[in-house]
Write a protein that binds this ligand. Sequence first.
Ligand SMILES: Cc1cc2nc3c(=O)[nH]c(=O)nc-3n(C[C@H](O)[C@H](O)[C@H](O)COP(=O)(O)OP(=O)(O)OC[C@H]3O[C@@H](n4cnc5c(N)ncnc54)[C@H](O)[C@@H]3O)c2cc1C
Length: 450
Amino acid sequence: MYRRSLLKLAGFGAAAALLPARLSAAAAHRWANWSGNQHASPNAIHYPTDTTQLADLLRGSTGTVRCFGGSHSFSALVPTNETLISLEAFNGLRQHHSDKNTATFGAGTRLGGASAQAWAVGQSFVNEPDINLQSLAGAIATSTHGTGRDLPSLSGLVESLTLMTAQGDLLSLNQSDGDMFRAAICSLGALGAVTEITFKNQPRYFLKEKTRVMPLKDAFQLVDRDKDKHRNIEMFAFPQGGTAIVKTMDIIDDDALIFPEDNSNDLLEMACETTMHANWLVAPIQKLLQYLIKEEIKQGPAHRVYANVRTVRFNEMEYTVDADQGLAVLENLCEEINRRDIDVMFPLEFRYCAADNSLIGMFSERPGASISLHQYYKEDAQPYFSAAEPLLQKAGGRPHWGKIHTMNAEQLSGIYPGFEKFQAIRQQLDPQKRFMNTHLQKILGVGSFS
Ligand SMILES: Cc1cc2nc3c(=O)[nH]c(=O)nc-3n(C[C@H](O)[C@H](O)[C@H](O)COP(=O)(O)OP(=O)(O)OC[C@H]3O[C@@H](n4cnc5c(N)ncnc54)[C@H](O)[C@@H]3O)c2cc1C
């Protein structure tokens, strides 16, 4: 049990308690995100139950409107003190086609619910992120991704979607709509309210996940050597301890369930609380991992294997670099962290993702390697993130839209081939800038509601 606990601790294993965004919001028009670093006190929070109500709401209101889903973004995409809208009532599987392996969901459906409903009709999502509490619309709004060299982000798996503009008009978009569709599959909620999404899935499958700990140098070699051998591969690097965890996943025929007990959250929280007051313990705790942890297997239906439970809150920065340069950039970052003596209990997370044809997704026209930095929510993440960010930017990194970064429109326009096209489509669909909050004004380089 001890071994397993530490393993999970090292993988910073677990679970995001689903913040009761609706409850906290309804109490006094207050909204906060999962980690607690973003807040808003909007004039109104609406929960429309159908497209007629949504259209009335958009046509009958003035000022800034922002949609929110699971409130799991760390960046300030959602906050506004004017109007917030949740499409949580747009929930559930609406139709599916077994011959094409497509499934259509209400856009407010949480990924966990959607993937379980897909399973029930014989389908699995092609890939999933680390947790499944995001809404589908929120997840595609930021190109939320899992890991796997050949596997696209959720934005890259959209077959079609329906979007309601600020004028209350419904647009149904698919590949044949060209740039408008490419903009809508990763839109930051800047084009309108997404009401329905159809995903390209695959016949349901079982996964076997294998997790092992090893010296950091060995992990670099293993990931480099085996990155194309496994369907999904992921590394958690602990630079201060010189250790790493490598997780791989592959499809299996075996339908036996193996889900080891997981008590990682309590232990991770204890380690974070301890090292917050005694940061010299970070390196020894991380070093110990390789002696205490043995290989662990988890297997079962794909959606159950993908999903982790993360209750220990953190703040996160993530940059995606060219896939082929990923390991070298991670290595530089590990060296920089050690050179600067930055003691952080959470590991650096390293994942691959295939290219897609979104205009401004992190994987737009380029396969990527994503490097994520996490800091315990009670600690100031800024010194750590600002030490790492220049290095990641210099390597051509694109920031995860849902995570913390400091880039502005001028910088971002240089790293997304489709940035200007996206701006033109945004202007066309929302000329009055109803969907612009302060953060979007900064990253998209447009003014506020006019
Ligand atoms: C514990 C944790 C684990 C995470 N793991 C991963 C991971 O493995 N991989 C990864 O890539 N990311 C990960 N993330 C980041 C997360 O997936 C993204 O930030 C995602 O966008 C959050 O989705 P959400 O439903 O919570 O949306 P929110 O954070 O509520 O909103 C995100 C964006 O979506 C827009 N939006 C929401 N609903 C609609 C709608 N109906 N129409 C139009 N726009 C809408 C919002 O306006 C906003 O711009 C993680 C975050 C946390 C807290």
